[in-house]
Structure formats: C-alpha cells, structure tokens
Design a protein around this ligand. Sequence first.
Ligand SMILES: O=C(O)C(=O)[C@@H](O)CO
Ligand code: MG
Length: 256
Amino acid sequence: MNFSANLGFLFTDLSLPDGIRAAKAAGFSAVECHFPYDTRPADIMTALTETGLPMLGLNTHPGNRDAGEFGLSAMPGRGADARAEIDRACDYAVATGTRMVHVMAGRTDGGPDADQAFVDTLSYATERAATNGLDILIEPINHRDVPGYHLSRVEQAVDLIDRIGAPNLKIMFDCYHVQIMQGDLIQRFRTHQHMIGHVQIAAVPDRGEPDQGELSYHHIIPALRDLGYTAPIGAEYKPRGTDTDAGLGWLSAYSG
Ligand SMILES: O=C(O)C(=O)[C@@H](O)CO
Ligand SMILES: [Mg+2]
C-alpha cells in the first residue's frame, strides 16, 4: 500500500524539508503539503531529491486566516487576488516538481455570484496549470469544520467539472469530509472515479489517525484498490498525540 504524508498535519514540529526526511524514514512513499510558501523551493527540492519522494500536491494560499478566509477563489470581487495566488501556487509547483495544485474556494454565501466567481477563477486556473502540465484539484470540505465553505459536496464538484470542461480539473476526494457531509463513500467514489485526482484519509469524527472511529479503512482502502485506484493515498490527519511517529502503528498494518 502506498501512502503520502500530508505535511500540513504530520511532522509539523519539523521544517518542511525535515518533514520530508521524516516521512521517508517512516515508510511513506510520497508527501504533500498545505501552504509551503515560507520555505524556499530549493530547500524542498533538496529533500525530495535526497529521499526520492515526490511532492504530490500543494494548496493555493488561503488568504487572511485571522480574518476567517480559507481560500479566495469563489469570493465575488476577489478574482485578481485569487488569480495571483494561483500563479504563485503554479510557480511553486513547477519549482518543486509538484503535479497537483488544490485551488481553495473560500467561504461564501453560496449564491450565484460566488458560483460564477468560482467558475471564472477555475477556468483561469486550469488554463494556467495546463501550460505547465499540472492538474487542478477542488476539494469538498465539510461545513462543521469550515462553515460556509463554498464547495462541500462531491456532486457540486462534479457539476463544476462538467461546466468548465477542462481535462486537468479533478476532485480531491477527502474521505473525512465526504463522510461528514454525505457518506456512502465507496459508491460515491466508484461513480465519480474518473474525475478523482487524489484521495485523503483521516478518522471520523476526531480527524486522528485512520485506525479508529466510524470509518473502517481496512475495508475502504482495499475497496479503492480493487476499483483500480493505485496512486498514493494522502494521510491527512491530526495526530492524537504530540509525536507523529508514535501514532504511525496504522501504517505498518498496511505494509507487506
Ligand atoms: O482541509 C483539508 O482537508 C485539506 O485537504 C486542505 O488542503 C485544506 O487546507
Ligand atoms: Mg483534505
């Protein structure tokens, strides 16, 4: 089994380059991150080259989180800021050999102006990313953790992809968010698999290691593999203890 360490939540006591090294030592086959922008791309590249791990994905900058922003792309009137962040994310992805950029929607009133803003920004993002051979991801995020997040349901992402019609626009299928908002994970994955670019996991409801709670990953992960999904699965959980390594017992259960 192939897993990617999400360095937005794992090994956060380390710098990103050292997090990459720790992920390698722990047995992950890839890494992904949230917001790497304070780290020089060259330092990321050094650690990736040294470990041989690929960086799978990164997020556009969320904006001013102190002011409640969690992405800008669906916010009416913020198109120029959103496009600048997409440019920055694509440049960073190119500099680090990263293939997927998650374009964060942000919180909106869910109205037609926000829908139109998101479509316009995603059209820009897919064209911009295509010039570098990158994929754009959009992620349904649950409303308990992020009230008002513009994109919260898988079928809403499917509609956007149909509407925009860009082959490099795909869904980040985060089992944690999908379970909280909708459930029926395996059937939903099967129905939309051709549009899914990346999968992430965490326990529900505590978002801890994927070995407790209401989702049985020992059933879900083999089911995804049986459906032909062979890419690394993103371990995007918040360790229950302070030490990421101490909680990695779940990973060894999948080895061999
Ligand atoms: O919150 C999530 O889930 C993510 O995947 C992040 O990329 C958003 O920060
Ligand atoms: Mg996620």
